[in-house]
Structure formats: structure tokens, C-alpha cells
Design a protein around this ligand. Structure first.
Ligand code: PLP
Length: 415
């Protein structure tokens, strides 16, 4: 009989299916790839990274870094530089002992999910509460145990100009003994939603009261790459686990995730890292350490990366609204991250069917129903949304909008 672990990974997970689609889209030069989470190729960012890479080669730091194993928590000097930057950012003492590096934040989520949730000695299952859905597809299969997630539908507020915003339904947010961790992406993949400061404060205080850790996945957010269109002040204390990443800054290939949390948890991460990977990769830290030390990483994020995405998001929103005039079509308010979340209310086909039609025409998006891990109740809304990335060049986005409108408008017109 196979182990539970083996059974779990004998079937494809939602994230694997997505990554396969992504690869297919990237390989086929004719397809329009709005499905993945690849960051945009921003010329100014690339040229700065090129400079850092060249100087790391020239002064021997790169060769030195890749010629040696780091410790299980990753490069000491990078963690030291980052601790300084985060202490200034949070106005509180963050030390290198608060920081663990991992091979991408996805692998940190796997470790953390299974540290805080899963089957207990008495046979009961400790779960992870996602305060609202939709939420990131990459969380869906994190648990060694199935059914690890529990979530509730977001409240929907309709906004002017065919936009809407999701909010946490705090009446349904219950932290009892069955919950081992609360997890949320901020800003959110897939919707571009950002929790308000008051939602973050309420989450933080409820989690502290219940003694349940709160994991804030800031892969797109503050302090870097800061793809957030309004300023937010993140809370940080001993109950919060912050996950950051170098990926959306422009370095997904170096696979560098960053966990910032109380030292006691970080030392557990070290024990786990030693077993799983010996040490995280050293390329990301060696390339970016000078920009962390000088603070340029914050300038680049706020003055280059953020405005770049903000402008693209606005252009894409406007073009979509023009191309699909039906009042039943709405877009989630774009507050950050690199996606738009499109709601085709009252369409005669599901988002999965729409995804297939678009894929047949060479346009890759992601059907929205994947983004509801842990939801027990069905609703039309779950099958009425798709996620599109706007990180591609504007010409690609224009062609994609044309195809999307050609598929959707006739369906709305015939109803
Ligand atoms: N968190 C969110 C919300 C993401 O969308 C992604 C990647 O798309 C990640 C984390 C994973 O980032 P990493 O490349 O650090 O594993």
C-alpha cells in the first residue's frame, strides 16, 4: 500500500496543471500567455540586475557564493543586510535570527503549512484558514494531508464603473482549536485585492488573541517588489510570519524565498531545511545583497516596478471595459499584484468552458474555479471569473482583449 505522501503526489495538483499550461504557452511562440505568474520584463530592472550580476562576477563574489554551501537558513551576510532593511521598514528590531531563506517562497509555504497544520496524534485534522476566497492556487495542495484548507466566500462590494471589491466576512471568521494557521496573500493573487489597513489590524488582533499564527504572503507586496497601488503599513510581531520573495522583483529563476518570523520558528525552519535541501541556493542573495544593503531595492520597487505595473493595469482595465460593454461584465478593483480578475456575471458558459474556447484560439488564461481552495459551498460566482496577467507587452494584451471580446460579446448578445 503506498504511503499517504506517495498517494498525494501520484495525481496532478492544481498548481502543476497551471505550470504545464504556462510552459506550453511559453513554448508555443504564437500563443498569448496571460495565464502565468511570470513577472514583466522591465528594461530598467533588467539593466540594474545585469549590472549587479556583472559586478558579482567581476569581484569574485558570485564564484565564491556558488562554490560553497550556505548554512540551512541561507547566506549570513544577506540575512544581516535584510535584517537592517526590515528593522528600518518596521521600526522594530528584526535580526538575522528572524530570517530564513528558502528555495522560493512556494517551498516555504509547504514547510509552514505542514508545521502548523495536519493530522494530530488524536487523529483530528488541524486546518489552515484562508480568511476569504478567491485565494492563490499555489496553496491548494500544500498539505501532506488532504482537505487542509477551510475558507469562506468574500463579501462583494459593487463599485462604480463596473468594478467591485472583495472583503473578509468577519462574521464567519472563527478561530477555534481546529485552526493551526491563517494564511492570506497581500496583495492577492488572483484578484489584485489588497486587504485594507483595518482588515489587516482585525486579522492580526484576532489571530494574536487566539494564539494562531498569521502568515502574510507578500510575494507581490511590501516592502519589495511593492506592486501595491496604495500605501499600506504591514503589521509585524511575534505572531506574524511574513513571506517575501525575489521572484516578482524580476528574479523568479533564482528561487529565493524569504521567511521573516520569530526566532523560535526560524530555528525550526533550519531543522527542516537541513533535512529537505541542506541549504537554499545562494545566487539570489549574492546578486541582490548590495541593493538590499544600499536600500536600492526599495527605490527600484517603488519608483520603477510599482508605476510600471500601475500604468499597465490602468491601460488594460480601460481597454477591457471598452471592448466588452455589457453591464454584467465587471473587473475587481486593481490594487496590486500583476493580475486582473474578470467577472462574467450571467454568461451562458462556465469559466472553464470559456478558458477552453480561449485556449483553442491561442489565448491562455486561468479559469477562476481553481482559486477557491477550502470552499465548501458552491455558487455561480465560482464559475464566472477568470484571471488574466497583464505582465505581457501591450501588443500581446491588445490581441488578447480582441480574442476575449470576440468570444464573450456574442454570448452576452444572444442572452
Ligand atoms: N505567492 C503568490 C501569491 C504567488 O502568486 C507566487 C507565484 O506566483 C508565489 C507566492 C511564489 O513565489 P516564489 O517564486 O517565491 O515561489
Amino acid at each position: 500500500m503506498p504511503s499517504q505522501f506517495s498517494r498525494k503526489f501520484s495525481r496532478p495538483s492544481a498548481i502543476t496543471t497551471l505550470m504545464e499550461d504556462l510552459n506550453q504557452g511559453v513554448r508555443d511562440p504564437n500563443s498569448l500567455m496571460l495565464g502565468g505568474g511570470n513577472p514583466a520584463q522591465i528594461p530598467e530592472v533588467k539593466s540594474r540586475l545585469q549590472n549587479y550580476l556583472e559586478s558579482a562576477v567581476a569581484d569574485g563574489a558570485l564564484l565564491e557564493a556558488v562554490s560553497n554551501y550556505d548554512g540551512p537558513l541561507g547566506s549570513d551576510s544577506f540575512r544581516d543586510a535584510l535584517a537592517g532593511l526590515l528593522s528600518d521598514y518596521f521600526g522594530t528590531g528584526v535580526t538575522p535570527q528572524h530570517i530564513a531563506l528558502t528555495n522560493g517562497s512556494q517551498s516555504a509555504f509547504f514547510a509552514l503549512a505542514n508545521l502548523f497544520a495536519g493530522r494530530r496524534a488524536d487523529g483530528s485534522l488541524k486546518k489552515i484558514l484562508l480568511p476569504m476566497s478567491p485565494e492563490y492556487i499555489g496553496y491548494s495542495d500544500l498539505g501532506v494531508n488532504d482537505d487542509l484548507f477551510i475558507s469562506h466566500p468574500a463579501k462583494i462590494t459593487l463599485l462604480p464603473d463596473r468594478e467591485f471589491k472583495y472583503q473578509i466576512d468577519f462574521d464567519r471568521f472563527v478561530l477555534d482549536d481546529s485552526i493551526g494557521m491563517v494564511l492570506t496573500s497581500c496583495p492577492t493573487n488572483p484578484t489584485g485585492n489588497m486587504l485594507t489597513d483595518s482588515e489587516l489590524a482585525e486579522l492580526d488582533s484576532r489571530c494574536q488573541q487566539a494564539g494562531v499564527p498569521l502568515l502574510l504572503d507578500c510575494a507581490y507586496g511590501a516592502p519589495f517588489p511593492n506592486i501595491l497601488f496604495e500605501d499600506t503599513r504591514l503589521p509585524f510581531n511575534d505572531n506574524i510570519i511574513l513571506c517575501l520573495s525575489l521572484s516578482k522583483l524580476g528574479l523568479p529563476g533564482v528561487r529565493c524565498g524569504i521567511v521573516v518570523a520569530a526566532p523560535e520558528l526560524i530555528s525550526r525552519m533550519a531543522n527542516l531545511a537541513g533535512v529537505i535541501s541542506l541549504a537554499p541556493g545562494s545566487l539570489g542573495p549574492v546578486i541582490t545583497e548590495p541593493m538590499v544593503r544600499s536600500g536600492e531595492i526599495l527605490r527600484l520597487s517603488t519608483e520603477v516596478i510599482r508605476p510600471y505595473y500601475k500604468e499597465k493595469s490602468a491601460i488594460m482595465m480601460k481597454a477591457l471595459k471598452q471592448a466588452i460593454p455589457d453591464p454584467r461584465f465587471r473587473i475587481h478593483k486593481s490594487e496590486g499584484a500583476i493580475f486582473l480578475w474578470l467577472w462574467f456575471d450571467g454568461l451562458s458558459i462556465s469559466s472553464q468552458q470559456l478558458y477552453e474556447k480561449l485556449k483553442n484560439r491561442g489565448l491562455i488564461v486561468v479559469a477562476g474555479h481553481h482559486f477557491f481552495p477550502g470552499i465548501s459551498e458552491q455558487s455561480d460566482h465560482i464559475n464566472a471569473c477568470i484571471r488574466v496577467s497583464y505582465a505581457q507587452p501591450n501588443e500581446v494584451l491588445q490581441q488578447a482583449i480582441k480574442i476575449l471580446s470576440e468570444e464573450v460579446n456574442p454570448l452576452y448578445e444572444e442572452q
